[in-house]
Design a protein around this ligand. Structure first.
Ligand code: FES
Length: 420
């Protein structure tokens, strides 16, 4: 398609999606056969038949429909529209049989020169061109109903790629599993490759991907920890529980509550010192959420001197070197297994060029390890202040907190909507 036509199409896509399709159809139908025709070959009409192009679904239409879903305005919408339409053209060209690609090009005025080789006789489509942009990955077929579900679940939430896990949780919480159709819809909605969505969705055992045609799991999942502390405390018997239709009982690795073994998660509700009766009662009474125990709130923490240190740091009363030295002298070590000295870690990070990012890994999976949950449930602001001081010392500009799914109570405390 000529650049001029693409520009027209783009304008229409931004203003009138129906007209965009009307413009695209004849232009593409003409441009493709001409672009792939060879000297002495038959007319554009017969080439069109050979390519089966007229029977192919019009990619521009699909792109225009995507543009409609962008829900943004102004130049950003226009930019996305331009990219989608450019991609659509590439995909449309791919429909033309390869045998026609090698033919020499005639009527050069009729093709998109961005795809033309400088050297005559070369194929129009090149591998680098295909790899350049691909907003509609091959093989992806998005179910409109699934797409509508995903859009409704995501609402106004940003579609940033770093929110992928959050968005997967929304789908998982809604359906109790991850339908494959919704993963494809999510990939499209977030402009990600389907493989990227799949590799995250299949990594965590709390996410269960269910392919089309497969039976989804029961609505409620009861997870019985069968790691060593809980097994010693009688988890095996709990695994035999029959809690009726709509409830499945499955084993799970350490859920980070070894001090109350055996522990059973009914939905997100951790039932400590679990017995068959207690688990059954939680299921029958639909106690599926993680309760939040009383903890030291913001006001109380401030009254007792909380956040004073970070305020002094920001006010210039301490130096980074001074605090890092205190940490080094304290010989405090991480408890994640490596036992790396915390002060040295701060110093090493600070020596790296910017940008520096801090990741707090609260994914205690080893039996007997539940310290992070313990203090988060009781002293969340002490945790937050320590995090801020460490970030200040190391010159960190961005902090990520990774919290395991089983710590739903901690999440409630830490989420911005939490009032204290
Ligand atoms: S071993 Fe069961 S909660 Fe840790």
């Amino acid at each position: 398609m000529r650049v001029r036509e693409l520009g027209v199409l783009l304008r229409f896509a931004a203003q009138d999606l129906f007209r965009a399709r009307q413009v695209a159809e004849p232009e593409v139908a003409v441009a493709q056969p001409v672009a792939h025709s060879a000297p002495g070959q038959a007319s554009g009409r017969s080439l069109e038949r050979a390519a089966g192009f007229s029977a192919a679904p019009l990619e521009e239409q699909r792109a225009a429909e995507e543009v409609k879903g962008f829900r943004i305005g102004g130049r950003a919408r226009e930019r996305l529209a331009r990219r989608a339409l450019r991609e659509a053209e590439v995909v449309a060209l791919e429909r033309v049989p390869r045998v026609l690609h090698a033919a020499r090009i005639v009527a050069l005025h009729a093709i998109d020169r961005s795809q033309a080789f400088a050297r005559r006789g070369s194929p129009i489509i090149r591998i680098p061109m295909k790899a350049k942009i691909r907003p509609i990955p091959k093989g992806r077929a998005v179910d409109p109903k699934a797409l509508a579900d995903v859009q409704q679940l995501l609402g106004d939430a940003p579609r940033r790629r770093d929110l992928l896990i959050e968005h997967l949780h929304r789908i998982n919480d809604r359906f109790g599993h991850l339908p494959a159709a919704h993963l494809a819809a999510l990939a499209q909605e977030m402009r990600l490759a389907l493989a990227e969505v799949y590799e995250v969705a299949t990594f965590y055992h709390h996410f269960e991907v269910v392919k089309e045609g497969k039976r989804p799991p029961p609505a409620l999942t009861v997870r019985v920890c069968d790691s060593i502390a809980c097994e010693l405390a009688g988890a095996r018997e709990l695994l035999q529980l029959n809690l009726g239709p709509g409830v499945r009982v499955i084993p799970a690795p350490c859920v980070g509550r070894c001090e109350v073994a055996p522990c059973v998660h009914v939905g997100q509700n951790p039932v400590g010192n679990a017995t068959a009766d207690r688990v059954r009662a939680a299921v029958e009474q639909k106690q599926l959420d993680c309760p939040v125990a009383p903890y030291t709130g913001y006001d109380e923490y401030r009254r007792n001197g909380g956040y004073r240190l970070i305020a002094e740091c920001l006010a210039g009363k301490h130096t980074r070197e001074g605090l890092t030295k205190i940490m080094e002298d304290s010989a405090l070590r991480g408890l994640g297994g490596a036992g790396f000295p915390a002060g040295r870690k701060w110093r090493l990070v600070a020596a790296e060029p910017e940008p520096r990012v801090m990741a707090l890994n609260i994914d205690e999976g080893e039996p007997g390890t539940f310290k992070d949950r313990w203090y988060l449930e009781r002293e969340p602001h002490r945790f937050l202040e320590g995090m801020l001081v460490a970030a200040w010392c190391a010159g960190v500009g961005e902090i990520w907190i990774y919290l395991r799914d089983e710590y739903a109570g901690c999440r409630q405390i830490l989420e911005p909507s939490s009032k204290s």
